[in-house]
Each structure stands twice: as C-alpha cells, then as structure tokens.
Design a protein around this ligand. Structure first.
Ligand SMILES: [Zn+2]
Length: 277
C-alpha cells in the first residue's frame, strides 16, 4: 500500500524528554521495524552544567551545556535505536517565569508559525503515520513543552499528515504512586495545598479518560539506559534514583490521549499503530 516504512514521529522540547516521556514506545516500535523520528526543539542550554552548576550561576555557559547535552541526546538515541534525530536548536527557555523566557531566540519567543513551518517541512519529508507530543499544558507547564505542543498542532494543520496523533499523559493512579515513591526516596515532592491545586491544571488524566495504554515493560532496560545517558542532568532526573526495576514497574506502560484518528481503531487501544497495520 505504501512504499515507505510505517513511521512514528515524536516531538519533544529538550534533550532527555524523549527518554522520560516516550523511551518505551521509541524502543518498542524500533524493535518492531517501525521507523522512529525524534524532533528535539531546543538545545537544552538551561540545563545543569558540568559539575552540577545551575543555570544563572557563575560559570554556567549555555552554549557548553547545549554541546554536552547534544552528545547525551545522541547517546540516548543510540540506546533507543531512533532512526532519525532532527534538531530545531531553539534556545532553551528555562522554567516558567525565568528571565530566559524573554531572551531573543528562545523557543518561547519564537512565533508559532515559524516553528510550525520548520516542523511541517520535516513532516512532509518523513510522512509520519503517528505523531506524539504533549498536551496544551505541556504535560506539566514548562514553556518549551507548551510551545512544542503548539508548533506540532500547527504543523499538523499545515501538512495534514499523520492519521493518528497523540498527547503524552499519565493516569492519576500512577501519578499518586509516583508521589509515594518519591516521598519514600526523600525527593522534594510537595503536595500543592488546595488553593494552589485549584489554580494549577492537574497533571495527567483520570484513568478512565486515557485512550491508549502501550506495554513497553520489555524495553524497560533501554528506557532506563537512555535516561541514564543524560548523566549531566542526573540531579533533575528523579527516575534514576528509583533503580531500573522499580522504574519499569512504575512506568513500564506508557499512556497517551488519542486526539486524532482516521483509522477507526477501537478505544481503549494498546498500540499506537492499531488500525495502521
Ligand atoms: Zn523538557
């Protein structure tokens, strides 16, 4: 029917998001012979520097951080057997409210149409069957994740590619278990008080609203190793503290909300490519 391989395109904000958010599906579908394309929108320059130096602190050089993180990203892609890595190389905007949000050239300051036009070019080239990105809140409110969502949805409109489109999500039951594990491991995990919680969009979805549950437990080692490839950000990657087994136990099933489908595949489904093969 088609003269090209089935293709999964994942659009992420920073180096390391590919591993934490979609490491399981990238590894699993590569193993099934599906072409996997990772688009990473920013250079990750607001990450930790060598020796754990924090952004904004003396000695933090965003260009050097970006170079280091690019190598880590390439190592992660090797572990996950990503077929094609595409970098948009916008400057990392940092967390919401940081001065870097306003910096010229930051992803957050980039007009959506500009980013979308570049991404649309990649969509036309690769003709993805499945596109995965974040929800409108960027899963947890990071400006670069929100912007990745915006340019992806705009690029999809420009190209009309991808019969199936998904947003990453997590079931509330799993977020609760995650919170418990984090508290147990002594991570700084505070429950928002109720007033704060009312203003904050809730992370993830009620279990019954999740459309797509993909079992990637057989690829847990790869997912963990891909995360570990981002060693310079180790302090920010709580998952690494859990150890492989517990991590896989908690996050072995990756969950998504299907937001576009032209295949008619029944819901809930357990395969991003249901209806396509
Ligand atoms: Zn990120």
């Amino acid at each position: 029917m088609v003269d090209r391989p089935l293709t999964l395109m994942a659009v992420h904000a920073h180096p390391d998001d590919e591993a934490s958010g979609t490491g399981g599906v990238l590894a699993r579908y590569a193993a099934e012979g599906i072409r996997t394309v990772l688009v990473t929108c920013t250079d990750g320059g607001c990450g930790d520097g060598p020796g754990g130096v924090k952004p904004g602190d003396p000695g933090h050089d965003p260009a050097a951080v970006a170079a280091m993180r690019r190598q880590e990203l390439e190592a992660s892609c090797e572990v996950l057997k990503v077929s094609h890595l595409e970098l948009l190389e916008y400057a990392d905007s940092g967390m919401m409210g940081w001065a870097t949000n306003e910096a010229p050239g930051s992803f957050w300051q980039t007009p959506v149409e500009e980013g979308a036009a570049r991404l649309a070019e990649l969509m036309r080239r690769y003709q993805p069957d499945v596109v995965v990105t974040y929800d409108e809140n960027g899963f947890y409110g990071h400006p670069d994740h929100i912007q990745a969502h915006r340019i992806t949805m705009a690029a999809l409109e420009l190209t009309e590619t991808a019969p199936k489109v998904y947003w990453t999500t997590a079931p509330h039951t799993m977020m609760k278990r995650f919170g418990e594990v984090m508290r147990e491991l002594g991570a700084d995990w505070e429950e928002p008080d109720s007033a704060e919680a009312a203003e904050m969009p809730e992370i993830g979805l009620p279990d019954e609203e999740i459309s797509t549950w993909v079992d990637t437990t057989a690829f847990g080692d790869q997912k963990f190793d891909a995360l570990a490839a981002h060693a310079s950000q180790g302090e920010n990657i709580f998952f690494l503290r859990m150890g492989k087994e517990r991590f896989n136990d908690l996050w072995g099933v990756e969950t998504f909300l299907r937001v576009r489908d032209t295949t008619g595949a029944a819901l809930p489904e357990n395969d991003l490519f249901a209806g396509l093969r």
